[in-house]
Design a protein around this ligand. Structure first.
Ligand SMILES: NC(=O)c1ccc[n+]([C@@H]2O[C@H](COP(=O)([O-])OP(=O)(O)OC[C@H]3O[C@@H](n4cnc5c(N)ncnc54)[C@H](O)[C@@H]3O)[C@@H](O)[C@H]2O)c1
Length: 341
């Protein structure tokens, strides 16, 4: 099986590449990534000698680059590449329109011409907007995105469906909840808590910290994607969640407790504008139809995550200092050029 991954140098993409290489023998994987600030070549450093894996630096908005890439012929494309940080989308919307909407459409143009390609589109529960108290969204609930990031992801999904309906593209959309685990860039909630607590620095918590999120351990999401590659019906859509929503403040307290750090490190800061109060989705469809379920409780996933950050202090230091950003140029250019010719 030849698999194209976009955005595989980011958090979930790099975990997914690792998951596939560990769980499947007969695959060839190409990771196509622009290496924005969120792309970290150190996430995949130990895989660079695996003959089943190749890395190509490129932008999903670059149609000629995609044309030459698709000439390799792929069976499956898993589309992770995106601008992903809500706070950044509030600061500057343009990169979100460019990559998440136009980039996805550019990728779809190449994908629709590729014979027998399955397009797995990675979306988010944020497309539903904030859930009412006690309620959960199913796959047929209306989309009501509330942040520029969420709006760009909702728009991207519409194009994926439109390409399925109009051109017969075989697609699957997965809407997952917040992921956590190894290799997550430390601007995001859980690694930020771990990094700051480790340095005895204050931990910023938006507003009262009672925003509810349903955290999913990244390895569990990887198993859902892998199942969808093999078993989902063309044109299907699945919510993916662990099913144990809890307030942000509880997460911070749980981490501080495991680390043996004091609660006074918590610092409430002004809430994010338009901050969704509650995300809650019903994932019974993927559990029933594909037989998926999470393998890790939140407690287990959190302990594994904390242990990983503690054992990989150098990765965290490089991510925080910016040193990671030169890693690609120092190690990978030759492999990328080899693939292109
Ligand atoms: N992390 C989460 O909790 C979460 C939750 C729901 C959905 N998602 C979705 O999952 C996907 C992956 O999220 P993540 O957290 O791993 O993201 P990330 O920010 O860690 O990584 C994004 C990757 O995409 C690459 N990229 C960005 N623009 C590109 C472009 N124009 N061309 C090629 N590559 C480009 C970056 O270099 C980076 O490697 C995204 O589509 C995101 O919307 C993430």
């Amino acid at each position: 099986m030849k698999i194209l991954i976009t955005g595989g140098a980011g958090f979930i993409g790099s975990n997914f590449i690792r998951y596939l290489l560990a769980s499947r023998k007969d695959i060839q994987l190409v990771n196509f990534d622009k290496f924005t600030y969120a792309g970290n070549a150190e996430n995949l450093a130990d895989l660079s000698k695996d003959p089943r894996y190749a890395l190509v630096r490129g932008d999903i908005c670059d149609a000629p680059a995609l044309k030459s890439l698709f000439a390799a012929g792929f069976d499956v494309l898993v589309h992770f590449a995106a601008e992903t940080h809500v706070d950044r989308s509030i600061e500057n919307v343009s990169p979100f329109l460019q990559t998440n909407i136009l980039g996805t459409q550019c990728l779809l143009e190449s994908a629709r011409r590729a014979p027998k390609l399955r397009f797995i589109h990675i979306s988010t529960d944020e497309v539903y907007g904030s859930a009412p108290a006690g309620g959960t969204f199913t796959e047929v609930s209306a989309l009501d995105p509330q942040s520029p990031y969420a709006a760009s992801k909702a728009a991207a999904e519409h194009f994926v469906r439109a390409y399925g309906n109009t051109y017969g593209l075989d697609f699957v959309i997965l809407r997952c909840t917040n992921n956590y685990g190894p290799y997550q860039f430390p601007e995001k909630f859980i690694p930020l808590i771990l990094a700051n607590a480790g340095d005895n620095k204050s931990i910023p918590v938006y507003g009262d910290g009672m925003q509810e999120r349903d955290w999913l351990f990244v390895e569990d999401f990887c198993s859902a994607i892998s199942l969808a590659m093999d078993k989902a019906r063309p044109g299907s859509l699945y919510n993916v969640s662990a099913g144990s929503p809890q307030p942000n403040l509880h997460i911070v307290r749980a981490i501080l407790q495991i680390l043996g750090k004091p609660d006074f490190l918590i610092q409430h800061v002004q809430d994010r504008p338009g901050h969704d109060r509650r995300y809650a989705i019903d994932s019974s469809k993927i559990r029933t139809e594909l037989g998926w379920g999470p393998s890790f409780t939140f407690e287990e996933g959190l302990r594994k995550t904390i242990a990983w950050y503690q054992e990989n202090r150098e990765w965290l230091d490089h991510a925080r200092s910016g040193e990671y950003s030169s890693y690609y140029d120092r190690h990978y250019t030759y492999r990328s050029e080899t693939f292109r010719t």
